[in-house]
Design a protein around this ligand. Structure first.
Ligand SMILES: [Zn+2]
Ligand SMILES: [Zn+2]
Length: 302
């Protein structure tokens, strides 16, 4: 097989739409897809100040690389979660990636800031759920404190398909009403967008490799095998004989999402009395879990 466009040496065979591409034309294809996704869902405007949360993994690094190349005003945020060697290696990789891309990277050290990293926090909730709360909170608070109006995450087609499938399997209609490529701005909380929404994990890994991005792929020691990982494997198996299944599933979901709309509970958001961030109770779940007495200040000095 030869590259569909230039007949040169094939680097990757994309499964859906099926086509073989050389390195150069794969890069072009990938960046066009990101651009199209941003436009289709009206994700980012040229004047936006964009914050990207990165952990060292392929998705955050690739979305940063492409958005920077497309000329957006982007900066990165890495949260050091204080999980021993895992966090150390993840931080080293983030530093390499952001200096390679040439983008400013802010680092928030959870333990330095609050006295407790993820391992030290006491809670009955599973570690992954606490960690998720902490990451979402810090990214939002950092964005608010420093005037970012768009938060970008690296979620891809595989993440979205497995997430939707999981919510269908559990009939979590509340989640099914809210999932999607953009989460609009709500009160203080900036808009959240996913520019890699229509790209597969395989395409993202291949792109990272072809543009020379080093990626950190170790799993967190606290991570249990999530059911969504099993769904990803299942969906990839179906994809082998039925190319386009994942894409049709996700796009079909977006077309039918309105069917779940009445499941959206409009819980009025209060302000956390400690940090002032939106909260469903008097004290937000981050301030509560970390037993904070005063607001953490994430404003960048200088
Ligand atoms: Zn080519
Ligand atoms: Zn709070």
């Amino acid at each position: 097989m030869k590259c569909k466009i230039c007949k040169g040496e094939v680097y990757i065979t994309i499964k859906y739409p099926k086509m073989a591409l050389c390195k150069e034309h794969f890069i072009e294809y990938f960046e066009k897809r990101v651009k199209k996704t941003i436009k289709k869902y009206e994700m980012i405007k040229p004047e936006d100040k964009v914050l990207i949360a990165i952990s060292g993994g392929k998705d955050g690094a690739v979305v940063t690389y492409v958005l920077k190349k497309l000329g957006y005003n982007v900066e990165c945020l890495h949260i050091n979660l204080g999980i021993g060697e895992f966090s150390k290696k993840s931080l080293e990789c983030v530093k390499k990636q952001t200096s390679y891309i040439g983008v400013r990277c802010h680092i928030v050290d959870l333990k330095e800031l609050t006295g407790k990293g993820i391992p030290e926090v006491k809670s009955r909730k599973p570690k992954c759920s606490i960690c998720g709360t902490a990451k979402r909170y810090i990214v939002s608070k950092f964005a608010c404190d420093n005037g970012f109006n768009v938060i970008v995450t690296g979620h891809n087609l595989d993440d979205e398909a497995s997430f939707i499938l999981n919510n269908v399997m559990n009939w979590s209609t509340g989640y099914l009403a809210r999932q999607g490529p953009i989460l609009p701005q709500k009160g203080k909380l900036p808009k959240k967008v996913k520019p890699l929404y229509e790209l597969t994990e395989e395409e993202i890994s291949s792109y990272a490799e072809v543009v020379g991005l080093e990626v950190f792929s170790e799993k967190c020691p606290f991570a249990k095998k999530a059911i969504t990982l099993e769904y990803k494997e299942m969906l990839n198996k179906i994809e082998e004989t039925r190319p386009g299944t994942k894409y049709r599933f996700v796009i079909g979901y977006l077309k039918n999402r309105h069917l779940f709309e009445k499941e959206i509970e409009d819980i009025p958001l209060m302000e956390c009395k400690i940090c002032g961030m939106p909260s469903s109770g008097e004290v937000c779940s981050f301030c509560r879990t970390w037993e904070l007495k005063e607001e953490i200040d994430l404003k960048v000095k200088g």
